[in-house]
Design a protein around this ligand. Structure first.
Ligand code: ATP
Length: 320
């Protein structure tokens, strides 16, 4: 019989991780299970940083950004002897199921634990929305809102000075943050893996805007694709638009989670416990599709590529 369930947060932190932690712990306690947390992600697991918690631990955390049990990265987890050591620590603590909240890297780590005989459940918590097995990750909604808040402010000053603003956002492998923000802001341009830079098209558009005396232009750019300062210089030279760059950086990770992220966290957290308690079901990754919470076998989920919202690119092009 399942008695002890542990939970950790891993990879880049995301708003809503605390709300999810709360849901996992409370749903476990509600079902009469002993609940444990692992501090500092997979690194803390290897170090045996495991502690039993009660309901008080989850008081007043639903609206807090970050993760109260902290997160860490441990590249060595890919080494078989390290994941084996982590699995043995869980066995020593007699933990029956481990719930991990994180991104696809975390899920690969969990899969290695599963191969060492541990039942694991992954919940997607990452601002990038780059997890293949789900349409939405916990943290994406909050990060998107944070970007929009920043862009709204930049628009004010961009307009006053008739500038073009290049705004770099997170999401190196997935342009969802850039594309959704571009749609939400009615941006003049977006550059990301799914919508690469076509210099001539962009310059033509900006030249036309300049000629029509349009007050400003906003262009969203995903991180790590190109040097935005170089692009800004090129835009100035080719179009005459005074161009400034802004890197939003880790600001996008912080803040109180949106209601949407909190509700998603609650639904996914509760599902993790129903899977944990079902002894006929093995290791799974949780997701959301067409509004429904789903779960998939972990070995299948880690192979999946993130699918982009159908028609998003066309919509952006049409409305720019
Ligand atoms: P985010 O994308 O939001 O940062 P993530 O979970 O993808 O979240 P990573 O840093 O890629 O973040 O992974 C978190 C941890 O998972 C790593 O520090 C490492 O311990 C483990 N991990 C990552 N990739 C693998 C892998 N291929 N095999 C085993 N463990 C992995």
């Amino acid at each position: 019989m399942i008695k002890k369930i542990a939970v950790l947060t891993s990879g880049g932190d995301a708003p809503g991780m605390n709300a999810c932690l709360r849901a996992v712990i409370r749903a476990g306690l509600y079902n009469g299970k002993d609940m444990y947390v692992v501090y500092d992600g997979l690194r803390g697991l290897v170090e045996g940083q495991i502690e039993q918690v009660n309901k008080d631990f989850t008081q007043d955390i639903i609206n807090r950004g970050g993760t109260i049990i902290r997160s860490a990265r441990l590249p060595e987890f890919k080494q078989p002897e390290v994941s084996e050591r982590a699995a043995n620590i869980l066995k020593d603590f007699e933990i029956d199921v481990l719930v991990g909240i994180g991104g696809d890297g975390t899920f690969r780590g969990l899969n290695d634990l599963a191969k060492n005989g541990i039942k694991v459940i992954g919940i997607p918590g990452t601002i990038d929305n780059d997890v293949g097995s789900t349409e939405q990750t916990i943290g994406f909604s909050t990060a998107l809102n944070t970007i929009c808040e920043c862009v709204d402010k930049l628009k004010d000053t961009s307009g006053s000075h008739q500038r073009c603003s290049l705004i770099e956002v997170m999401g190196r492998h997935c342009g969802d943050l850039a594309m959704y923000a571009a749609l939400a802001e009615g941006a003049e341009g977006v550059i990301c893996v799914e919508h690469p830079l076509k210099e001539e098209v962009l310059f033509r558009k900006l030249r036309k805007m300049k000629a029509q005396n349009k007050s400003h232009a906003i262009i969203l750019v995903s991180e790590n694709l190109l040097d935005i300062n170089e692009l800004a210089k090129k835009i100035e030279k080719e179009t005459g638009f005074d161009t400034r760059t802004e890197v939003l950086g880790r600001l996008q990770r912080g803040g109180s989670p949106t209601a949407e992220d909190r509700v998603l966290a609650a639904r996914m957290g509760a599902r993790s416990i129903s899977i944990a308690l079902d002894e006929k079901v093995g290791s799974r990754i949780i997701g959301i599709r067409a509004g429904k919470i789903i779960d998939l076998p972990i070995e299948e989920a880690v192979q999946m590529e993130h699918e982009h919202t159908h028609g998003l690119r066309d919509l952006i092009d049409m409305l720019q």
